[in-house]
Design a binder for this molecule. Structure first.
Ligand SMILES: Nc1nc2c(ncn2[C@@H]2O[C@H](COP(=O)(O)OP(=O)(O)OP(=O)(O)O)[C@@H](O)[C@H]2O)c(=O)[nH]1
Ligand SMILES: [Mg+2]
Length: 630
């Protein structure tokens, strides 16, 4: 059965719930979600051919540059099957662990998911995490004893590296399902994609009217974005009732009232419609321009008949923190505005005002991981054109002082001197690493380097010899600090890309750490301070000093770059000044005049040095901040 384009108006009028299917695509990073979505959009003629490009749903500039999905993207498709018209609302989700909050929100807006597993990679760590998120389902589902429906699909079957039968075994073991339930597709060639659309129609349950009969509007806000002209645009899943353009609505939690300036669905760009009704996924233009009003998980109801909020979303806990200060104190308000707007397109990002002696007023920002931090700081730079100082990222430490006072330390430059500290506590993580057995030896080495405790190793999938061979799941515990110290990249490179990890924050434990300060021209630069393991003081001091030496532009005078910890200078380099030959214009001339001039220049430089602050360009802060990753 092939799909045909269906007249929009026909669908609009008289679309009953039975003919709506809402689903998400979930998987480990790079398993082919967005490419599979491309083929679905083609088959259903949702995106015209001339607009089609690879991973068309990845529309952000950064998504395209890096070839990854960062934000979830809903899209509405229309498809005819068995002489009946269906609306298929798809939500493409990111696979990287830092963006799991996107996945968890998308899951609440749908009745089921495609769990995609790459036939060249097999089941990987985020396959397990996204699966367990999908299985949890919504509260209403749990009350009825059912989680969300999952359709297992094996992708990239066109690849010469595909190991379909082995990966099928892995999926059977993972889901405890019948091998015949597992579908095979190639997002590259389109093989199996029409069949998958038909199976979605058969297997994904239609939306249910949650509060049957009363017809009152309840819409769950699962995402939003900000438009300079139209204010906040909320992405909603209608659970019940109907929304029309011009209707007077209210956010249940924030209490803010507004008028729906426009309602519509995603194709994938916003496409206006007359109304949205129960079961639909769409958007509402609110015109609200104040930040902090709309939040994900809030419920929209009518002003005429306001209703209590539905169960919302948990705010995710940031794992890394970094502070952002305007280079010029006058830009503080502008920075505040920029952060407010960024939050309107990323609800997992959080920030709080902070003030530090030498850096002035700024913001302490929380991120879900190093990639998340990198993306946000990159966006701040690109989208808002502000000159910023960004501090070295850090996890939270809990310090118990000698006077028994406890304090949470988010910023390394506030980390107290060793003499004042009784004990420091730091978070650990519980993690699972999935890897082909042959890399276990290499992994043990990096686990040792990162202070991990290795628990059980379990065999996973009994596979015949193949490229990735038999695989294991290794359970470990590790300080979060060490996980953030480039562990992801090391794991990837030591396993030729086949190893993957998922983690959860666990307990606090005592930490043997201290503050490393970086001094430039004898003055500490607070933004470069970091908290490090006492065992790694030498290595880290040397690494930071060398890195800064390579990044810092030459100044007019010679100066030192030093790493200081445990009360002493650990590492030191001298950055020589620019030699500007003030005597160059004099041909021959007499030597004493030359000497005189050079003396004058020396004095001038001394003055410059005394005036203190070396000018450190913004680029250097950004690159130093990322030093942990390379
Ligand atoms: N051979 C082959 N390659 C594929 C197929 N589908 C995707 N790829 C490639 O796999 C890579 C990742 O594809 P994406 O579709 O971006 O994967 P994704 O799951 O959306 O990735 P994230 O959203 O970042 O988690 C790209 O280089 C694709 O070209 C397929 O069916 N066959
Ligand atoms: Mg993608």
């Amino acid at each position: 059965m092939s799909g045909t384009r269906v007249d929009r108006d026909l669908l609009l009028n008289g679309m009953d719930l039975k003919h709506i299917k809402n689903f998400s695509i979930i998987a480990h990073i790079d398993h082919g979600k967005s490419t599979l979505a491309d083929r679905m959009l083609e088959i259903t003629h949702t995106v015209p051919e001339r607009k089609m490009r690879d991973q068309v749903l990845d529309s952000m500039e950064l998504e395209r540059e890096r070839g990854i999905t960062i934000k979830m993207q809903p899209v509405r498709m229309e498809y005819v099957f068995g002489a009946e018209k269906y609306v298929l609302n798809l939500i493409d989700t990111p696979g990287h662990v830092d963006f799991f909050y996107e996945v968890s929100r998308a899951l609440k807006a749908v009745e089921g998911s495609i769990l995609l597993v790459d036939s060249t990679q097999g089941v990987q760590a985020q396959t397990l995490t996204t699966l367990s998120m999908a299985r949890q389902g919504g509260e209403q589902d749990q009350q009825k004893g059912q989680g969300k429906r999952i359709i297992p699909v094996i992708s990239k079957i066109d690849s010469p590296l595909a190991r379909v039968s082995e990966v099928r075994e892995e999926v059977v073991k993972l889901l405890e399902c019948d091998p015949n339930e597992i579908l095979l597709v190639s997002g590259r060639t389109g093989e199996g994609v029409e069949h998958l659309l038909e199976e979605i129609i058969k297997r994904i349950p239609a939306p249910k009217e949650t509060f049957k009969g009363d017809g009152n509007l309840r819409a769950l806000v699962f995402d939003f974005k900000y438009s300079n002209h139209r204010g906040v645009i909320v992405f909603v899943r209608l659970l019940d009732g109907k929304i029309k353009k011009g209707e007077n609505l209210i956010f249940s939690v924030s209490g803010e009232k507004f008028t729906a300036l426009e309602v519509g669905t995603f194709s994938p760009e916003e496409t206006p419609r007359e109304s949205l009704s129960g079961g639909d996924i769409g958007y509402i233009v609110t015109g609200i321009k104040k930040p902090g009003i709309a939040s994900v998980g809030d419920t929209i109801t009518t002003q005429k008949n306001p209703l209590p909020a539905l169960e919302g979303y948990m705010q995710p806990m940031p794992v890394v923190w970094a502070s952002v200060f305007p280079e010029n104190a006058d830009d503080f308000t502008e920075l505040k505005l920029a952060l407010g707007k960024l939050r309107l397109s990323d609800s997992s990002f959080s920030y709080e005002e902070e003030s530090s002696g030498s850096l002035g007023r700024g913001f302490r920002c929380g991120f879900l991981g190093m990639l998340h931090l990198e993306i946000i700081t990159e966006r701040l730079k690109r989208e808002f054109n502000l000159n910023l100082i960004i501090t070295t990222p850090s996890i939270i430490y809990e310090v118990l002082y000698n006077n028994n006072k406890k304090e949470k330390i988010y910023s390394p430059y506030f980390f107290p001197d060793d003499g004042n500290i009784k004990t420091v506590f730091e978070p650990w993580v519980i993690a699972k690493i999935i890897t082909p057995v042959k890399y276990l030896g290499n992994i043990m080495q990096i686990l040792f380097d990162h202070e991990a405790e290795v628990g059980e190793t379990e065999n996973f999938g009994d596979l015949p010899d193949g490229k990735a061979g038999n695989r294991s799941i290794v359970s470990i515990r590790m300080p979060l600090r060490e996980l953030m110290r480039n562990f992801f990249d090391e794991l990837k490179s030591t396993t030729s890309g086949y190893g993957s990890i998922s983690y959860e924050i666990a307990e606090l434990r005592e930490a043997n750490v201290t503050r490393l300060d970086i001094l430039v021209a004898d003055e500490p630069v607070p933004a470069f301070s970091k908290v490090i393991s006492k065992k790694r003081v030498e290595v880290e001091a040397e690494k930071s000093v060398l890195k800064l030496e390579s990044l810092l532009p030459r100044q007019m005078f010679t100066m030192k770059i030093q790493g200081k910890a445990l009360g002493r200078i650990i590492s030191s380099r001298t950055l020589s000044g620019m030699k500007k030959d003030v005597t160059a214009h004099m041909y021959g001339g007499d030597i004493t005049r030359k000497m005189k001039l050079r003396e004058k220049q020396k004095k001038g430089k001394k003055k410059m040095k005394e005036r203190g602050r070396v000018n450190i360009p913004q680029e250097v802060f950004l690159k130093m901040m990322r030093s942990q990753e390379n």
